[in-house]
Design a protein around this ligand. Structure first.
Ligand code: 5GP
Length: 120
């Protein structure tokens, strides 16, 4: 089972404007900002505005509207950044084995260089 949502997590504070970030996009469903420790020339984090720990509770309990809005935002940001033609990677870490550090769902958009294969 997914942990209860901790509204003191760092991305909740970023969403509330309590901690600064370099914002790249915002709409009704999603908020996006640059990763503080980029792993690629383009490394954007996209978070849903609702209180979801990870993909697990999001996929289970978010409304169809929230899910669609969030996924559309991820695609839109990548298109607006010109990442589609060269290609990019969108990933979410879920739980301990993934190394997820921040307990608010975030999709990493990474691009701007060849990323190598993750699944050989
Ligand atoms: P995770 O390992 O949970 O999938 O990824 C967390 C990501 O958040 C890491 O890539 C890390 O660099 C980034 N991060 C952690 N703290 C902050 C912060 O305060 N601001 C920003 N912009 N990114 C952060």
């Amino acid at each position: 089972p997914t942990l209860p949502y901790d509204d003191q997590n760092i991305f909740a504070k970023i969403l509330r404007g309590e901690i600064p970030c370099t914002k790249v996009y915002e709409d009704e469903w999603a908020f996006a900002f640059l990763d503080i420790n980029p792993q690629a020339p383009e490394h954007i984090l996209v978070v849903p505005k609702g209180p979801y720990v990870s993909w697990d509770d999001f996929s289970l309990t978010a409304s169809a509207e929230e899910i669609a809005g969030f996924i559309r935002a991820v695609g839109k940001i990548a298109r607006e950044k010109g990442l589609v033609e060269p290609g990019y990677r969108a990933i979410a870490n879920i739980g301990p084995n993934s190394g997820q550090l921040v307990p608010h769902l975030h999709v990493h958009i990474c691009g701007g260089r060849p990323l190598g294969r993750m699944i050989p």
